[in-house]
Design a protein. Structure first.
Length: 221
């Protein structure tokens, strides 16, 4: 895969051959197309041949419609309701169903994490992939975190009912993404969705890493 990619050199050699009359224009066009195609295919081909998987970050699960720039609610109950309404629109599911499932889980054990993060979550029937809705609170919401800090970034996490492993992995991903106060500050300082996405795409927040398990393992259910 590495050797087959012609890239710029293939185009240059084709251009020289065309100028010297060794090939005609249709063949030159074919050379350019092949150079372009092989260059695009080389990277993914090598990854597949080596069995390497591309690590996914939290940003991969948060399209713009899943981002709430400013949460108006000031209590955990109302915050969950506000984010559940967004999730309901995304999934086409009754908001009350999501709201009730997440709140019931929250009453069992608070989902506040350190550094001003909260991850209210639930497993839902009828969904096949995880859904995350992230909202920011300037004033902060008390999700009873162990460090006593108010949650400024609240991640509503919904995962398939019968896939507990996925829920644990997603909780770990959130914890890793916001594992330092500086990362949280960067996300809070973002002026728009694009800047927020850049902040949570910083290195060190990949799905396949396993740091920070202790913080999230107790809170998953």
């Amino acid at each position: 895969f590495g050797m087959v990619a012609q890239g710029t050199m293939g185009v240059i050699l084709g251009q020289l051959a065309l100028e010297q009359g060794l090939i005609e224009e249709p063949l030159f066009v074919a050379i350019v197309v092949v150079a372009f195609a092989t260059s695009l295919a080389a990277g993914p081909g090598i990854q597949k041949a080596l069995g390497q998987k591309q690590e996914r970050t939290l940003a991969d699960f948060v399209p713009e419609k899943n981002f709430v720039a400013l949460i108006e609610a000031r209590t955990p109950r109302k915050t969950i309701s506000e984010l559940s309404a967004v999730a309901g629109d995304i999934l086409g599911v009754d908001t009350a169903t999501i709201d009730e499932a997440v709140w019931q889980r929250e009453t069992i054990m608070s989902t506040g994490l350190e550094n001003g993060i909260a991850v209210p979550h639930a497993r839902l029937e009828g969904i096949e992939t995880p859904v995350i809705v992230i909202g920011r609170s300037r004033a902060g919401v008390d999700f009873d975190a162990s460090d006593g800090k108010l949650a400024r970034i609240i991640c509503l996490l919904l995962t398939p009912l019968y896939d507990q492993t996925m829920q644990i992995e997603m909780l770990r991903l959130v914890a890793q993404t916001f594992q330092t106060p500086a990362r949280v500050d960067s996300a809070m300082a973002a002026a728009n969705y694009t800047e927020f996405l850049a902040a949570i795409r910083l290195p060190g927040a990949a799905l396949e890493s396993h740091e920070g398990d202790e913080q999230i393992s107790e809170g998953s259910s």
